[in-house]
Design a protein around this ligand. Structure first.
Ligand SMILES: [Zn+2]
Length: 114
């Protein structure tokens, strides 16, 4: 029951803030070009409200501070990039972790010798 109420609350706040963004913004926050509100999905240039920090990444689902106007296609490309970066970050972290161990060891002994 509590869970359902919470989701319902977010949905109501999201709808309210979505209308506020549609009423107050007219350019895509991702590419900077105007958004044509007469275009409707599935048109790639139709207006969508984008989560600045995706909900999947811990962003607020309905806070207006985390919402911005975007084209559907820009929003889509952004989330694709985010997930690709995530994969790269995981790989890089592993590589950096393996390289850091001997490096910090050398640095310590260098300091002792100096
Ligand atoms: Zn755009």
């Amino acid at each position: 029951m509590v869970r359902t109420d919470r989701i319902g609350g977010h949905r109501a706040a999201y709808e309210k803030n979505r209308k506020r963004i549609f009423a107050s913004q007219n350019t895509c926050a991702l590419c900077g070009y105007p958004v044509d509100f007469s275009l409707k999905a599935p048109n790639p240039m139709s207006a969508v409200v984008d989560h600045i920090i995706p909900v999947a990444k811990g962003g607020h689902p309905s806070d207006i501070a985390n919402l911005q106007l975007a084209h559907w296609t820009c929003n889509r490309q952004k989330s694709d990039k985010l997930f690709n970066n995530d994969e790269n970050m995981k790989k890089n972290k592993k590589v950096i972790g393996n390289r850091n161990l001997p490096q910090s060891k050398d640095w310590t002994s260098y300091r002792f010798e100096g």
